[in-house]
Design a binder for this molecule. Sequence first.
Ligand SMILES: [Zn+2]
Ligand SMILES: [Zn+2]
Length: 265
Amino acid sequence: MVGHYGGSSGMIQGSFKKNSCEGYCRRCRKVHSLRYGRSVEFARDMMAAFRREQRLDYDVPADRSDSALSFEILLPGSRGHMFGVMECLDRAGKTVILRAYSSLGTGVREVSGWVPYIPDNEVFNKMVLPQQNIIKQMTVKRNALDADDPLRSHLENERRMISRELMPKIHDLYEFRNFRGETRALREVFQKDGGIPGGVGDCCAPKLLNFAAVHDLKPVSVAEFYWGGANKSGRKQPGQFFPACEEKCQPILGFMLCGLEDGDE
Ligand SMILES: [Zn+2]
Ligand SMILES: [Zn+2]
């Protein structure tokens, strides 16, 4: 889960002076944030390993690697994902580096050495997976039908209903810990009008922050970058850094980052 890096240092470029992660905290009535800091260097080390090994489990010997984690499988064609690195300090003041990937979309949920998803895997598999499989099967069935087949719209409606019912059940599985030691449900924490979008809590920053808070680690910096093929719009290039997203992350980050700054306690 946790890796220790030593001796890496270097210049942080001007473009990384902005925050990599921030959100408005209702309680403190201010924006809490984290910077890119040294996490950029650790992220670049990770990119070098990605380039060299072409697999997510780059730190295990090739003959013990899992073929399901090769980039050929995880990142085919123009497919890409966000990856995140968080520099933390443990209680003794020692640097601890955490790593996370955003949702991989291939059914891979747990990878040794990487921060896990926020919902407990067993609960998720029992409650969500069967429903998700039904939705997937319905999609395949629908796509096999002619465009004017009446069964097609029937299937589509049914599919939409099942996913609409599933969404709140998924949301119920997400709880976040902050650095005041408080735990809150997604519904209590999310602050933005228009409902909670899918996938909140699956990006790198929330996973990393939650893991750090639960394990008594103090985040110092964080960096998230894109890796894979250049996406179609060209907006995301491999190796490019992005701040935590506005749509899913910022509305929960104010709560999640609370308690981190010295003045907060
Ligand atoms: Zn996000
Ligand atoms: Zn606060």
